[in-house]
Design a protein around this ligand. Structure first.
Ligand code: FPP
Length: 251
């Protein structure tokens, strides 16, 4: 049923973020609290992510972009790096059928050149198997960095023959890794740190931020609802001013 009041309809639509970006921090600390190796936290983190994708979709979020492995994460101990690579492979075989059946479209963003052929093929398979799903798009940022993204977009534009005086924001956006998605409305980081860590630098120009102490493996529906409730009260002006009738309740 359509809302007969256009202002109320606009408010309701704007109160749910279309696109949520997520930094899943705190796996290592969560594992340490249990006297377990860091890998145990990452493993739990995957299960929590699969549940979170569904919960975000149920609340009307259309795009969820998660930071699984940054361009800088190669600096971690070799054992942890190979553990994360293996975990992603296992996650694809364990969860692909389930996610495909639940209407999740999977996209991988990041520099694929440095990962194994096996992992690259698993990603291609996951993307192909879910390409027609429309409930929610889960973009997994792997070997991704915001600076890398800007550089690769420039290179792509040059390779496409774009001239210097044709370069503008729209042109670069077209070549960014998330060109298929709107800019994120809400950026959530768990684990108590308050920084962007080279995630989605270009796309987060007017994104709202929500930081929580909650460690990623403890992140569930209550934390999702808290983040969405905080977002619903933000007064987004995008550098301009907002007509008072469209301001969120209490703003
Ligand atoms: C940060 O916690 C977490 C990561 C660097 C990895 C996050 C990855 C996953 C949850 C797995 C994703 C897998 C798929 C299939 C998408 P940390 O290790 O920095 O924790 P700490 O800050 O407590 O040390």
């Amino acid at each position: 049923m359509t809302n007969p009041n256009p202002i109320a309809a606009a408010q309701a639509a704007a109160s749910v973020p279309r696109h949520v970006a997520l930094v899943m921090d705190g796996n290592g600390r969560w594992a340490r609290q249990r006297f377990m190796p860091r890998f145990f936290g990452h493993k739990q983190g995957v299960d929590v992510l699969v549940r979170a994708v569904n919960a975000f979709a149920d609340r009307g979020v259309e795009f969820l972009t998660v930071f699984a492995f940054s361009s800088e994460n190669w600096k971690r101990p070799a054992e942890e790096v190979s553990g994360l690579m293996g975990l992603v492979l296992v996650a694809v075989s364990k969860y692909l059928t389930k996610m495909a059946g639940e209407g999740v479209r999977i996209r991988i963003i990041g520099d694929r050149s440095a990962v194994s052929d096996k992992l690259r093929k698993a990603w291609e398979q996951a993307e192909a198997a879910t390409a027609h799903n429309t409930r929610i798009t889960l973009s997994v940022a792997f070997n991704y960095g915001g600076r890398w993204d800007v550089v690769q977009a420039c290179r792509q534009a040059l390779a496409a023959g774009v001239k210097a005086d044709e370069v503008d924001e729209a042109c670069l956006s077209k070549h960014m890794a998330l060109s298929f998605a709107p800019d994120p409305d809400l950026f959530i980081r768990t684990g108590g740190e308050m920084r962007i860590s080279n995630f989605l630098l270009w796309q987060a120009a007017y994104t709202e931020f929500f930081f929580t102490e909650c460690l990623w493996p403890d992140f569930g529906e209550a934390q999702i609802d808290a983040a969405l409730a905080a977002f619903a009260h933000r007064d987004r002006r995008f550098g301009g001013i907002r007509p008072p009738e469209l301001a969120p309740a209490g703003a």
